[in-house]
Write a protein that binds this ligand. Structure first.
Ligand code: LLP
Length: 441
């Protein structure tokens, strides 16, 4: 957890989030429940924005990578904090636009953007589209030409960095479905291809090396490699890139295997990146590029806590004790997908000592539906309220109605006040788009 005041144990021994007692929240909103601490989200957005301002003269932009958690309210917060957003689908773009987001502040990503997504992006005049294939460049040029507009684009390049993180979230290795590799000449080829297109304006390059990364060096190396590549394009082809978008990926605390970074540490990550970019610009006699970053997880991850009610408890003598909750992989698939570790506690008995090791099981109909394995807890009873920390990123956004379970609602808390930002689903919502052919009736 960060050094914040907004996540603590209060005098009743209850977990308190954003000034609200978790148990009061449960009485009012029920479980399972995603709780988001607004102050933390805003603080993280400000850390990045202020650092860019103080260390780089504001010559750049912070984009919130909305894939981490997208909904109308979070786009509204980003808008109020005057940062941009990155979107990766028509659905995220639509939500951002509905939230009143200035389209010029939106960057659009995706390794296989659909025609209707590209049309929506061009028609709504998004600030920049990050091109990820030759086919996309051609389609986009055609769409822009038809509308007699110039579309700003970046190229997603792949500098071949192996970041130390889960294989599934590494994105800039040479073997990746994302981007154009520098090493095999594809990045150069697409540069020339796009420069030849009349209705595309190539602003520069983007790269994203992966997610949940703590080594500063990985980000520095990526920035250096992209700057070297930019220098190569200038020297060889006279193309001067204005923008360097270095993606997101800063890690957060999930459990005690992870460092507990303070706000100042995130500022330091950005400072190291900025220093690397400045040095490389000097070395290659390049103008310092407009620097864009796209943090997602580090903005909303630690802001989120999921609250559950403990139900069945099952002990398999000598093997394991399972504590089952009213949620599971349908609201948090990250253990099932990546064996991600979490910190779990009993929100109603948060100051009690841990006395046993348990595994937290979800309610879905499969054995892999776990939230945490062998975690320490006080002796849990049915009816206890369990809190899983650092669930703000890639939990709601990856949730599903698996087994036709309802995706939990989300609330935003600030100064002890709480309001829905995602309303509860109902069973009617679950069947809303079902259709029964006449012959089956
Ligand atoms: N920019 C681009 C182009 C990205 O692909 C991503 C994440 C980000 C920014 C934001 O990265 P962050 O700051 O959040 O690390 N579902 C996985 C994470 C997938 C991340 C995909 N891209 C998980 O639950 O860990």
């Amino acid at each position: 957890m960060n050094e914040r005041e907004t996540l603590k144990v209060n005098t009743k021994g209850h977990l308190e989030i954003g000034g609200a007692d978790a148990i009061d929240l449960v009485k009012r909103f029920g479980t399972p429940l995603y709780v988001f601490d607004e102050a933390h989200i805003r603080n993280m957005m400000r850390v990045y924005k202020n650092t860019l301002k103080s260390e780089y003269g504001g010559n750049g932009q912070v984009l919130y990578a909305s894939k981490a958690f997208a909904c109308l309210a979070v786009y509204a917060i980003a808008r109020q904090e005057s940062i941009g957003v990155d979107v990766v689908s028509g659905g995220e773009l639509y939500t951002a636009l509905k939230a009143g987001f200035d389209a010029g502040q939106i960057y659009m990503h995706g390794n296989n953007k659909l025609l209707n997504e590209l049309e929506l992006a061009v028609d709504s005049k998004v600030g920049c589209i990050v091109v990820d294939s030759f086919r996309e460049a051609d389609i986009l040029n055609g769409l822009a030409a038809k509308r007699k507009v110039m579309q700003n684009v970046l190229i997603r390049i792949n500098p071949g960095i192996e970041a130390h993180t889960h294989e599934f979230v590494q994105t800039a290795r040479t073997d990746s479905k994302f981007g154009f590799s520098v090493s095999d000449g594809a990045a150069e080829e697409i540069t020339l291809h796009i420069l030849s297109k009349k209705n595309l304006c190539l602003k520069g390059y983007h790269c994203h090396i992966g997610s949940q990364i703590f080594e500063k060096q990985s980000f520095v190396l990526a920035a250096e490699k992209v700057m070297d590549f930019m220098a190569g394009m200038k020297n060889k082809h006279g193309y001067i890139a204005e923008t360097l978008n270095i993606g997101g990926g800063f890690g957060i605390w999930y459990n005690d295997d992870d460092p507990k970074l303070k706000y100042a540490d995130y500022a330091d990550y950005l400072k190291s990146l900025i220093t690397a970019v400045k040095n490389k610009a000097k070395q290659h006699s390049l103008k310092e590029p407009y620097l864009v970053i796209e943090p997602g997880r580090s903005i909303v991850g630690e802001a989120g806590v999921t609250l559950y009610t403990v139900g069945a408890i099952k002990e398999i003598q000598g093997i394991k004790k399972y504590v089952a909750i009213d949620g599971g992989m349908f609201d948090n698939p990250r253990y099932a997908l990546y064996q991600s570790k979490y910190t779990v506690l009993l929100a109603n008995r948060a100051s009690e000592k841990n006395t046993e090791k348990v595994s937290v099981a979800g309610k879905c109909c499969e054995s892999g539906d776990l939230i945490a394995v062998d975690v320490a807890l006080p002796k849990a009873e049915s009816g206890d309220i369990m809190a899983v920390l650092s669930t703000g990123a890639y939990n709601y956004s990856m949730a599903s109605n698996y087994n036709r379970n309802l995706i939990p609602p989300a609330i935003l808390v600030k100064d002890g006040k709480a309001e829905y930002i995602i309303k509860p689903q109902t069973y009617d919502d679950v069947i809303r788009n079902d259709a029964v052919p006449e012959y089956l009736k």
